[in-house]
Write a protein that binds this ligand. Structure first.
Ligand code: PGA
Length: 252
């Protein structure tokens, strides 16, 4: 029903030449893979070169962040139309590192999601609780507020992907168990159902992110509401990322 979607979030890694070496290998190894959609999110300096190299392949390119404005006096920013011009077809918005270190708010994430969709990009909207929030049993309340902020004013969900990324699992080697992740994913789908109706909600992919590795990907994606992965560290190595993509294949 939902084709799993696996995206590599490279964060602040890879020069242009390193990025090209990585995607050339991914293109060779995943060019013909079926039953799974694949994307990479390079740093913005490598976005155009990567998109050019991936032309003619089914591997999509995503930006990691953009400003909600289209253009103007915003020194240091890139906009959704500019990353689309550089070759991105997807945009990650609201990653926890943006929220934690760069001041992205629920409202700001909503404006960025809207800007992405308006520029013709798909939006990968990240939500997730911190360890303190989980320990205080506030996980669902936190992701609800993040989801509501991100989706404010959005009526067309056809290019929307949600990524559940518990902050305590990102880059820590500590993964949510498949059961813990599925519980939140099922809750998010319920919220999406309330908002868009069941028919639409059942088509929206909800990725899991947070220390996804070849060794845990299959069990996570086997859960009914886990529709792929947003992969950080393990997406920087060809063999690991290819193994995760293959583990996701056909496990919608
Ligand atoms: P990680 O990062 O796989 O390195 O934990 C995931 C993410 O931040 O998207």
């Amino acid at each position: 029903m939902r084709t799993p979607f696996v995206v590599g979030n490279w964060k602040l890694h890879k020069t242009i030449s390193e990025a090209l070496a990585l995607v050339t290998e991914l293109k060779n190894q995943l060019g013909a893979v079926k039953g799974v959609a694949v994307g990479v999110a390079p740093p913005s300096t490598a976005l155009h070169a990567v998109a050019k190299r991936l032309e003619g392949s089914s591997i999509a390119v995503a930006s990691q962040n953009h400003h909600w404005e289209i253009s103007g006096a915003w020194t240091g920013e890139v906009s959704a139309p500019l990353v689309a011009d550089a070759g991105a077809t997807w945009a990650i918005v609201g990653h926890s590192e943006r929220r934690q270190f760069f001041g992205d708010t629920n409202e700001g994430v909503g404006k960025k999601a809207k800007a992405a969709l308006a520029a013709g990009l798909g939006a990968i909207v990240c939500v997730g609780e911190t360890l303190a929030e989980r320990d205080a049993s506030r996980t669902l309340e936190i992701v609800d507020a993040q989801l509501a902020g991100a989706l404010a004013g959005i009526t067309d969900a056809s290019r929307l992907v949600i990524a559940y990324e518990p902050v305590w699992a990102i880059g820590t080697g500590r993964t949510a168990t498949p059961g813990q992740a599925q519980e939140v994913h099922a809750h998010l789908r319920k919220q999406l159902t309330a908002r868009f109706g069941a028919d639409v909600a059942n088509t929206i992919r909800i990725q899991y992110g947070g220390s996804v590795k070849p060794s845990n990907a299959e069990a996570l994606i086997a859960e009914p509401d886990i529709d792929g992965a947003l992969v950080g560290g393990a997406s920087l190595e060809v063999a690991d990322f290819v193994a995760i993509v293959k583990a996701a294949r056909g496990n919608a």
